[in-house]
Design a protein around this ligand. Sequence first.
Ligand code: ATP
Length: 299
Amino acid sequence: MSLLLSNVTKKFGEHVAVNKLNLEIPDSELFGFLGGNGAGKTTTFRMILGLLDQTAGEITWNGESINYHKSHLIGYLPEERGLYPKLKVKEQLIYLGKLRGMTKQSALTELKKWLDRFQIPNYIDKKVEELSKGNQQKIQFISAVIHRPKLLILDEPFSGLDPINVEMLKEAVIDIKESGTSVVFSSHQMSHVEELCENICILRDGTAVVEGNIKEIKRSFGKKNVRIVSDESIDFLQDVNGVLSFKRRNDGCELQISDEQVSQEILSKLAGNGFIRKFELEEPSLNDIFIEKVGENYE
Ligand code: ATP
């Protein structure tokens, strides 16, 4: 049982927005879909949901194509948020719940449960336009999950939220995943993806440049990071062979090195250089990998 994309391509005229994409997302998985602006994430989501036809390739979910008749099983948080500003939260979410096969009462019960969880129970009778952007986003999230979908697509769910709301939403997403739903989400913030996902795909100009298990991706990247905290000046480390980048920090530095061996070379050079408070050899971050594969810094 899974969401399967086989050789999916989307062209807009001559422009190839998504190029021969292959993905397999099993049930109860939190899958991170990454890429720079214009890489093809939203286009892929729209194809998965049947809102756009692919130019070539096949998309199936549990062996069948996704169409209108499955809408009660699917949840979508679109990039362009689409609530009606003049309608009250209650009216709107009951309406959306009913569209997905819920009774008025079950929609209301679910809505109240979510509003309590998001600590905004008194917003039930407010018009959407009266809510702050972040709270509107929480309502929009509820509209994507109120009917307990089995496949949930979230386009940039954390953008524009303060850190407390980001945490609240992350916990909600983890619970939904653990209840057996497959969740696919896009984000420009690598730290969110690193925290939530086991598997990812990074798109560059419509083509998957990295895909698979995050731990394996990091291991096979080769390069490592070294974090040093020291009171001494350690700028001379940037000239050591195998040091690929050097970032000065207020309490020391961060280095990217070509392989683990270089860390030993650095350690021996530091030995005669006064007191070292911290020396840590780390896996590369997803941000490092993203920058190398996509070529820009999105953190
Ligand atoms: P972002 O992170 O900026 O939201 P994205 O990865 O979601 O980007 P898409 O919105 O999927 O990227 O766009 C992929 C490419 O397809 C872009 O070059 C975009 O200009 C193009 N594109 C998207 N929709 C259309 C359309 N309806 N007509 C023509 N070109 C389109």
